[in-house]
Design a protein around this ligand. Sequence first.
Ligand code: SF4
Ligand code: SF4
Ligand code: SF4
Ligand code: FES
Length: 944
Amino acid sequence: MPVLKELDHGTPGARSERTVSLTIDGFAVSVPEGTSVMRAASLAGIQVPKLCATDSLDAFGSCRLCLVEVEGRAGTPASCTTPVVEGMVVATQTDRLARLRRGVMELYISDHPLDCLTCAANGDCELQDMAGAVGLREVRYGMDGANHLSAAKDESNPYFAFDPAKCIVCSRCVRACEEVQGTFALTIEGRGFSSVVSPGMGEDFLQSECVSCGACVQACPTATLIEKSVIETGQPEHSVITTCAYCGVGCSFKAEMRGEEVVRMVPYKDGGANHGHSCVKGRFAWGYTTHRDRILKPMVRERISDPWRETTWEEAIGRVADGFRRIQRENGVGAIGGITSSRCTNEETFLMQKLVRAGFGNNNIDTCARVCHSPTGYGLSTTFGTSAGTQDFDSVEHADVVLVMGANPTDAHPVFASQLKRRLRAGAKLIVIDPRQIDLVRMPHVQADFHLPLKPGTNVAMLNALAHVIVTEGLVDEEFVRARCDREAFAEWTAFVAEPRNSPEAVAPLTGVPAEAIRGAARLYATGGNGAIYYGLGVTEHTQGTTAVIAIANLAMATGNIGRRGVGVNPMRGQNNVQGSCDMGSFPHEFSGYRHVANPETRGIFEREWGLSLDPEPGLRIPNMLDAAMDGSFKGLYIQGEDIAQSDPDTRHIVAGLSAMELVVVQDLFLNETANYAHVFLPGSTFLEKDGTFINAERRIGMVRRAVRPKGGMADWEITLAIARALGCDWHYAHPSEIMDEIARTTPTFAGVSFAKLDELGSIQWPCNDAAPTGTPIMHMDHFARGMGNFVITEFFPTDERTGPRFPLLLTTGRILTQYNVGAQTRRTENSVWHAEDRLEVHPHDAEQRGIRDGDWVRLESRAGATSLRAQVTERVAPGVVYTTFHHPTTQANVVTTDYSDWATNCPEYKVTAVQISRANGPTEWQESYRAHSDASRRILAAE
Ligand code: SF4
Ligand code: SF4
Ligand code: SF4
Ligand code: FES
């Protein structure tokens, strides 16, 4: 069982290859050059008392508790700021040191409340520990003098409290906010005795710049900054290491528990993706797991207009199996299908696609990754040979130039953003290609060298122009291309991008970005040293999403920015397990490991493993399933953990398709929008309630471990298994580890993966097999997975979605830090204090033309539909562009988005919709009726 408190070595590890040997308290110690004496002592098992030092922060040397004696040196240096020297002889325990330390502690305690026994941090307080460690028995100064004991608390943040009476002004919080998080929200105001920690300029935490990442709370050695959940519940008594279920960063956490109750989620120091850091979602927004809206009993109904009726698992599973078999008897094997979720574990996803292929007997399986990163899969496998990002996150520490395109890391991938900001503060250059001025463009101590605010829908033109500069100005890495890439394909691509129509001057009118800026950015990326590209849904969710991914891969190959640390092509995955759900064979044409169903060899592997013959024809994608439902040939759908009625484009089409089906089965935590069209509802389980694995954006397989029992009685994998068995499949799995064993047996890139190995290594980046038994942090090191890198011509075709007199503006969409996707989880947490509604960002020029003021209700209309929301007038968007988030179902931005989609993968064009906006009096009619409807269903459920 993991310990509650990990050892804190006091200062960060040094990276030097050279070793230094010294003696501490008579013990010989060898450590890397640059290590502090404090850390060297700790590594040798000797704990020097400390307060202002912690190993997640650079040494500061303010508390003077860690004094040591060094032979041959006068005085008593602070061990946290003193680096080791060859042959050094250190004493950490002498009478003189003991006296000095007691004196320091006495001063601290004389200005600290003596309420240890009733303090929420009792037992988890370094001040208390240090008082014990230095043997403090009395405080000579009394508490009558000037002190801070009556300072007012700040409880404005929903998740943590700040009690300055307990502050020892060690500045760990200030440094954590700067060094770890990179937000610079805190300062120490005043000097000497009047020094106090302050969030912002006289503001409280909630009003300040603070983004509630929790790094300061984590760093605080006292109860000054403390989680409210600890105050309310008490100190945890055991912990379970697991993986965050929100975004594709895949942070590792310790779920600290009292019995079956989570007390707090603490970012895990040894987490490969996050190294002990977190964001507000993973750290604090887990209240949805026990929210009263959760459905905990299976429910059924005959027609979607009927009220729900609670029932037993037996009846619900029986109905699903009987219903699907009847539909297949009457309409053919292909009349049913399934949709997997990027929120569920790999094991659950693998089982879902197995159910469809082996249980249903067709390949009608698809995933919500269809609507986000399917172009990444297609684009990167075409060029490099593998459908995944090339680097680990730590690689960014070696990047010299970072190009961020169509991604907003500080909001959507905050923990990676902190790592990236650290690198930028250390001097790396930054190019941002985004229609909107995302935070990274200008924030404390970070400023983009180039921001190219292109018109939505012109990514490919922009990427071709960057390539044009690289090719025509002789910036190609000829040696890399000669050694690693297909020469013929390269020659064709070079000729294409060199054409004058791809020059920055030619595309400037299309993209709206001056040619000189494009040229400057291209030169910087090609010549600035290690160039790393990070991109997001602003690249993929377009009619040319796949073309843009290919164009990015072309750029990286042409400049030799592939196959080592600090470079690469990195798709920023949105949801926690987008990578895994694609890896596990969720697409209708592919088995796990991206192998086509038509390939007889691959099919043979699964046919032997599963003992039956499999359909060689690719199945239906989500949009095709809905079309087929409208035609009457597709009648039954099993949807696990996905809300297509809210997250997929063209809501009206989805609703019509779902309404036309005879049996829709929804498995989820809450009655989501899709459940309005379902006949059977199966209560799903949260990540805290099951074992399994997620795979993050760096191909890292992280363990999800059960901390509490499934509240509905079954983990999601157990529900799928029960359905399979009711359909007659003779499947037996006692634990998800056995499903992973099956994945390893059938999928070459996972051949070396097992739960036992994950327990041992913590996490593993695939491929993991005989050639790479501990995984592969960086791909394509010596050669591309497909052999030679493949350049592909990327002709730019403007989207058919054009502005015109009726719809003169372009709408693009994105995320905000505190909410997540359609908000099903985060809206059921205190996170709503920061983002209670979606707003429409409008440039002042466009707002003025239409008489719209900040905060006004506006009607947002496209040829697909209309919705209303409040305006936020801001220069973050360019004139002609409006922007909104899609976290609230009462807004449903997807009512407005169209049915255009990527040519290769059907990924919807969420990022470009021609719209008009006008002042409105309030919500539209459908929004009012939606509100009334959901209020009514909540009342019914509450009454039940
Ligand atoms: S709030 Fe905590 S971390 Fe910050 S200065 Fe005070 S005691 Fe140190
Ligand atoms: S919670 Fe994070 S952002 Fe807020 S003050 Fe603390 S470290 Fe800074
Ligand atoms: S960055 Fe992503 S994975 Fe990490 S805590 Fe935040 S939401 Fe969770
Ligand atoms: S721990 Fe070294 S000076 Fe505070």
